[in-house]
Design a protein around this ligand. Structure first.
Ligand code: SAM
Length: 238
């Protein structure tokens, strides 16, 4: 199957691993802390009503919980294409009050999600979208003028050493972990392949700029993810 075909169908693979997804991410040191760092990199100011934030590809709500932790007064909309992942997110009492929507992050408006948002977080999402440029154009469209977006994502193409470390982590830890927790590692083999294929840091920054984002920068994360997971930050022009 081509990578594009895998991306088109990946939400169904997430349905399968949804009940064990939190178990595996919980074993990944830094996973939740890094999401909170990326959420904080939206740098949203407190307003009386609280900021309105869109969490694209929210999955079981790990990224949504990070947003809730950093912006407790925010109004949050989480969107994902996997009914199974959303079922897990909706069951979390910590996420009471969040509006969860089932839909394709390529075009959130088609699922009834309307702007203007004060910020958008897309954690481990953009790499899964077959038409990333279209998705970025729609993110920009959903932001109010001047508002930021953070794309928390793996990117190893610019560093052969990081790419080799990624291979080792996937085939030494993540794929065996998937076999143990979900008895099915196909989604984790897809994870390896899709990350290896994804833009390098420079290419993704250029993609953001081409889409119309300004003040584009990339934030580092620590731990084994240093140089592997990044917060890509951009802003809609005022
Ligand atoms: C690796 S999980 C990340 C979940 C969450 N953001 C987190 O940080 O833990 C990726 C999520 O992207 C979702 N996804 C993949 N393609 C999508 C698409 N085209 N539209 C919406 N969601 C999609 C999957 O269903 C899955 O829940």
């Amino acid at each position: 199957m081509s990578l594009r075909e895998q991306k088109e169908a990946v939400h169904r693979a997430f349905d399968v691993v949804a009940p064990t997804y939190d178990l595996l991410t919980g074993l990944n040191p830094g996973y939740h802390r890094h999401l909170r760092i990326s959420a904080a990199r939206l740098s949203l100011r407190s307003t009386d009503a609280g900021p309105r934030i869109l969490d694209l590809c929210c999955g079981t709500g790990a990224s949504t919980e990070a947003l809730r932790a950093i912006y407790p007064e925010a109004t949050i909309v989480g969107l994902d294409r996997s009914a199974g992942m959303l079922e897990e997110a909706r069951a979390k009492t910590s996420l009471a009050g969040v509006t969860f929507v089932e839909g394709d992050a390529t075009d959130p408006r088609a699922a009834g999600v309307e702007g203007d948002f004060d910020g958008v977080l897309m954690a481990y999402g953009i790499r899964n979208i077959p038409d990333a440029d279209r998705a970025l154009a729609n993110v920009l469209d959903l932001l109010r003028p001047g508002a930021p977006a953070v794309f928390h994502e793996y990117s190893v193409a610019d560093s052969p050493a990081r790419a080799l470390l990624w291979d080792a982590v996937c085939y030494g830890v993540i794929v065996p972990g998937g076999l143990v927790t979900a008895r099915d590692a196909s989604i984790y083999r897809y994870l390896h392949r899709s990350v290896r294929d994804f833009d390098g840091v420079g290419a993704f920054e250029a993609r953001l700029a081409r889409a119309g984002f300004v003040d584009v920068w990339t934030g580092e994360l620590d731990g084994w993810q240093r140089g592997i997971v990044h917060s890509f930050v951009g802003r809609k022009p005022r």
